[in-house]
Ligand binder design. Structure first.
Ligand code: BV8
Ligand code: ZN
Length: 273
């Protein structure tokens, strides 16, 4: 098995050295080794809720206090984490490709901001970001790194216990119109923003090598990109600690943790052959 993997890594690296437009898609698994819980693993639960119960417009209108506690908890958690070797390998490969005048783009489903902190520039955060808010009434959208995001959420959000509901007027509010703000994040049942979809569409058109890392390939539309590219005979490499619906259509499946495999797959002594 190992020799096959080494052989396959070498094969992938030859493809990488010849590629002119690499597209990477990442999911929660790439941040697992930074200590950010994934969605479908054990970490997918907060109090007795699954993420898919809380990351919806219905949950927010039913209880903005509960949903804000959940997002406040994740903001404060992510703040204490660092990008890992997988994020860094991707950022270094991008810099290398840019120097060679070639294209290297990253689409992430993650909202944790770790790719940006690792130095990735050409980044599409297709589901938004934990540190962006959007006003529920005037739509004003801004980056907000305050900790806590508002006084009423200080020391709230612990996965262990429920506190009393926070009054809506004490939840994060818009700097412009004082209305309730929400995380600028795409929830289940919400459309991905048109400008983001257009950017993704363009990158899929131009892509000549696709690397999909740490995603269960369950959530659409991201889960559909591998099959679109496979129908165009674009080589696909998957990095995951399990098999997924993308595995059967991938050219390569590198089985193992991203922080260990990505440096081997992308390390900087990639030279033209
Ligand atoms: C849409 C932000 C069109 C939230 C997220 C009803 C109405 C409308 C649409 C739907 C509907 N029912 C279903 C849908 C479609 C829905 C969907 O796909 N649902 C799934 C559950 C079936 N999609 C949507 O709703 C999307 N919008 O379709 O709009 C539309 C809209 C309205 C009307 C008509 C049409 C919007 C989807 C976006 C949801 N928001 N994130 C937040 O984060 O708070 S998605 C959420 O799941 C996360 O962003 C996450 O990234 C994403 C996917 O999960 P993964 O990243 O894959 O993470 P997961 O834990 O699942 O897997 C981790 C993987 O890593 C595993 O494979 C594991 O093995 C691996 N791993 C672990 N450790 C490592 C590792 N790999 C390598 N190394 C390691 N160390
Ligand atoms: Zn407003």
């Amino acid at each position: 098995m190992a020799s096959t993997t080494t052989g396959k890594i070498a094969e992938f690296r030859r493809l990488l050295s010849r590629a002119h437009s690499v597209l990477v898609l990442t999911g929660a698994g790439i941040s697992a080794e930074s200590g950010v819980p994934t969605f479908r693993g054990a970490g997918g639960l907060w109090r007795q809720f699954r993420v898919t119960d809380l990351a919806t417009p219905a949950a927010f209108s039913r209880s903005p206090s509960l949903v804000w506690e959940f997002y406040h908890y994740r903001r404060e958690l992510v703040r204490t984490k660092q990008p890992n070797k997988a994020h860094i390998a991707i950022a270094q490969a991008e810099a290398k490709f840019e120097k060679q005048g070639k294209r290297f783009n990253v689409i992430t489903q993650n909202v944790d901001g770790l790719h940006r902190r690792a130095g990735t520039k050409n980044l599409i955060e297709m589901h938004g970001n934990l540190f962006m808010t959007r006003c529920t009434s005037c739509g004003f959208t801004e980056e907000n790194n305050s900790s806590p995001i508002c006084e009423s959420l200080r020391n709230r959000g612990s996965p262990a216990e429920n506190g009393p509901d926070i009054n809506e007027k004490d939840l994060p509010c818009c700097r412009k119109c004082k209305s309730l703000v929400r995380p600028h994040i795409v929830w289940f049942g919400e459309q991905i923003w048109d400008d983001v979809l257009e950017k993704i569409e363009k990158e899929i058109q131009l892509c000549d090598l696709f690397l999909v890392v740490g995603t269960s390939s369950v959530v659409y539309p991201a889960a559909g990109y591998a099959s679109i590219l496979s129908q165009k005979n674009i080589p696909i490499a998957e990095v995951n600690i399990e098999t997924t619906p993308s595995t059967s259509i991938a050219t390569y499946h590198f089985h193992g943790p991203a922080a260990q495999l990505l440096p081997q797959l992308l390390s900087s002594n990639i030279d033209d052959e």
